[in-house]
Design a protein around this ligand. Structure first.
Ligand code: ZN
Ligand code: ZN
Length: 277
C-alpha cells in the first residue's frame, strides 16, 4: 500500500504546494482522495494518469478540496479510448457539485465531441453519496467512510482504506471527533490536516483566526493519532505553510503528543506499508 501526498497546501496559493489531495495505491488500484489545485500535475509526477484512477473520494465540499475535479473529469474522458466512467464518492451534495461541473464543461464537451469522430459520448461520472459505512467499489480495496466534524461544513467524511491487514485513514479537515476516532482505531497510517494554532493565534486577521474553529491543531491531530494507536501520522494541509523540507518544528510539536512516527508531508512525500527501505 502506497500513500502519496500530492498536494499539501490549503486555500492559500503557494508556489511549492498544490491544493489538498492524496493518492492511495494498492497494486494497480489508484484512489484519489480530494482533488485540490494542481492535482493532475502532481498525479503525473507520481506516475499515475487520470485514466488510471479507480475512484475519487471527496472528504467535503470546500473548494480547496475539489477545485480541480473538473480537470480530472475532462482529462480522464479525453485520454481514454473506450467508455470509462469515473466514480466519485463523497458526502450528500456531491452529485449536485458534479452536475454543476458537467454543466460548466458543456461548451468544451460539445467542441470535442464535434471535433473527434472517435469520441461518441460525454464524460460519464457515477456518484456515490454517503456519510458512513462501506463504500462498494468493484475489485478495489475495502473502503469505509465515517462522519467527521468540520461544521459549518456539513456533512464531512473521513475514509479508511484497507488491504492485506493494513489500513490508512484520510481524515480531511476536522476537529477531533468520535467518528474519526472509531474509524482510525488500529490503523497503520493517519493522514490529517494540521493547523499551526500557536502561530495563527498571534496573527491579527480575523478571517485567518476563524480557521482554527473547525480544523485540528497539530496537537489535536497528534492526540487523535495517539488515541487510535496508529504507527505513522502524516501531517498535511499546512496553515500557515512552511517551506518544503523545513517541517522540523511541526514534527516536534506533534511528537510531544504522539509516540509514533511523524511525517510532515510536502508535495509528493511517499509513505509505504509495509515500509520499503
Ligand atoms: Zn481544506
Ligand atoms: Zn475544509
Amino acid at each position: 500500500m502506497r500513500v502519496v501526498t500530492l498536494g499539501t497546501g490549503s486555500p492559500l496559493p503557494d508556489p511549492n504546494r498544490a491544493g489538498p489531495s492524496t493518492l492511495v495505491s494498492v497494486d494497480d488500484q489508484h484512489l484519489l482522495i480530494d482533488c485540490g489545485r494542481g492535482v493532475l500535475m502532481r498525479l503525473a509526477a507520481a506516475g499515475v494518469g487520470a485514466a488510471q484512477l479507480s475512484a475519487v473520494l471527496i472528504t467535503h465540499l470546500h473548494s480547496d478540496h475539489l477545485t480541480d475535479l473538473n480537470d480530472v473529469i475532462t482529462t480522464r474522458w479525453i485520454s481514454t479510448f473506450e467508455s470509462t466512467p469515473l466514480t466519485v464518492v463523497g458526502p450528500p451534495g456531491t452529485q449536485a457539485v458534479v452536475d454543476s461541473i458537467e454543466s460548466m464543461l458543456r461548451a468544451d464537451t460539445g467542441y470535442r465531441l464535434a471535433h473527434h469522430d472517435d469520441l461518441t459520448e460525454a464524460p460519464i461520472t457515477e456518484v456515490i453519496e454517503l456519510t458512513e459505512g462501506p463504500v462498494e467499489l468493484p475489485g478495489g480495496p475495502r473502503i469505509t467512510a465515517a462522519p467527521t466534524d468540520h461544521r459549518p461544513v456539513e456533512p464531512s467524511v473521513a475514509y479508511r482504506i484497507e488491504h492485506d491487514g493494513r489500513a490508512v485513514v484520510l481524515a480531511g479537515d476536522t476537529v477531533p471527533c468520535t467518528g474519526l476516532d472509531s474509524l482510525t482505531r488500529g490503523a497503520d497510517i493517519l493522514v490529517h490536516t494540521a493547523i499551526r494554532a500557536d502561530v495563527i493565534a498571534n496573527i491579527p486577521i480575523a478571517r485567518l483566526n476563524d480557521v482554527c474553529d473547525y480544523h485540528s491543531s497539530i496537537e489535536q491531530a497528534a492526540d487523535t493519532a495517539e488515541r487510535a494507536g496508529v504507527s505513522v501520522l502524516v501531517l498535511t494541509h499546512h496553515v500557515p505553510a512552511h517551506p518544503p523540507g523545513q517541517g522540523d518544528e511541526v514534527a516536534a510539536i506533534a511528537s510531544r503528543n504522539f509516540s509514533g512516527r511523524v511525517v510532515v508531508a510536502d508535495d509528493l512525500t511517499t509513505v509505504t506499508i509495509p515500509e520499503e527501505h
